[in-house]
Design a protein around this ligand. Structure first.
Ligand SMILES: [Zn+2]
Ligand SMILES: [Zn+2]
Length: 354
């Protein structure tokens, strides 16, 4: 049995490399040669500084981290029905029981089985290693026209954004406000544009992230987050406010900006995790007929649909990657993501090293 390097998160603001056995795929499982593994904000929020997550966000100490993996099948176990050696695949990052009502809807994120619900990089080994074991049922095929780094971002971030946008509906009629321009906010702008949104406004507090968002050219306007934002958005939309808002910041004030800067009958979705939101139901939503949605990850059929559409739209999620690191520098990769002056951060292998 061969050995490989894999990264764990001890919870003291470091990432440590350890040696692991290369796993062998059992029935219905595949061994994946990792190609690109991106870091998610939730890795920082729940695991990196301290193991704060509970339940589905509870990291099991010693697990290989990384829940945005994309790679190539190196070996299939017995009983695989669809995928074969050499296939390029995205891994939907939660393995569910497959039999509860949520799993049957494709939302393994919400699987109700205490025994069988295990997220990659949290309760089972994830993508920050040379190889990764996955269940065949958790795979989404990666088309040849997309890179592995495009695919890695679909595994969590872009999937999550697409789900939220499908809930509120985005079309050519819409001006959209995006608050919080980390990787999720940038992905929101990229997908809103592809879905036809006619004006996209972003707000962000971190100057470096403001600069990255402007440089990427995904927004019509990027403004610094602050108390004037509601007025600024009204000024940019003929005094009416936007039709749709997406909070990716998890910040109380930014969420309130989303609510107040959305026009009558508008829709708001909260994607950013944690924090709180203080608003007054009657003036802020009820009297203006507004709807607030919450949205968590996506289901696996929608992830497949998103991949098909990303190809049709000719967009490349990897454009959001501002920094690439090889696995031996994984500690620097997490440190940069935790510090926040970056776009998306990826740990890459083989042809994805650029
Ligand atoms: Zn994630
Ligand atoms: Zn289930």
């Amino acid at each position: 049995m061969g050995k490989m390097q894999g990264a764990i998160l001890p919870g003291n603001s470091t990432a440590e490399l350890h040696e692991f056995d290369i796993p062998s795929p059992g029935h219905g499982e595949v061994l994946i040669k990792m190609k690109s593994s991106t870091i998610c904000g939730s890795d920082i929020r729940c695991i990196y500084h301290e193991h704060l997550g509970k339940g589905p966000e509870g990291y099991q100490p010693g697990m290989i981290a990384g829940h945005e993996p994309c790679g190539q099948i190196a070996k299939t176990g017995p009983g695989c029905r669809r995928f074969k050696e050499g296939d390029r695949v995205i891994i939907y990052h939660i393995s569910g029981c497959g039999l509860c009502n949520d799993c049957r809807r494709g939302y393994m994120i919400s699987c109700t089985s205490d025994t069988y619900r295990r997220a990659y990089g949290w309760q089972r080994d994830g993508g920050m290693a040379e190889f990764m074991l996955a269940e065949e049922k958790d795979l989404v095929s990666l088309p040849d026209s997309l890179s592995y780094s495009d695919g890695a971002q679909v595994a969590c971030g872009f999937g999550t954004v697409y789900e939220g946008l499908e809930k509120i509906g985005i079309c050519g009629n819409d001006a959209v406000l995006v608050t919080g321009l980390g990787p999720v906010g940038l992905a929101t702008a990229m997908l809103c544009r592809a879905m036809g949104a006619s004006k996209i406004i972003g707000t962000e507090i971190n100057d470096e992230r403001v600069r990255i968002a402007r440089d990427l050219g995904l927004f019509d306007v990027v403004i610094k987050a602050g108390p004037e934002n509601v007025k600024q958005v009204h000024d940019l939309t003929g005094g009416m406010g936007v039709e749709r808002s997406v909070d990716c910041s998890a910040h109380n004030q930014a969420r309130l900006t989303c609510i107040k800067a959305t026009r009558k009958w508008g829709k708001i979705v909260f994607l950013g995790e944690g924090g709180t939101c203080d608003f007054q139901p009657s003036p802020d939503i009820i009297h203006d007929q507004k709807t607030i949605y919450g949205s968590w990850v996506t289901n696996i059929w929608r992830m497949e649909e998103l991949v098909e559409r990303i190809v049709r739209w000719s967009i490349h999620p990897e454009k959001l990657i501002s920094h690439r690191f090889t696995l031996d520098k994984v500690d620097q990769a997490y440190a940069l993501m935790a510090e926040g002056s970056c776009g998306k951060v990826a740990v890459v292998f083989d042809e994805e090293i650029k």
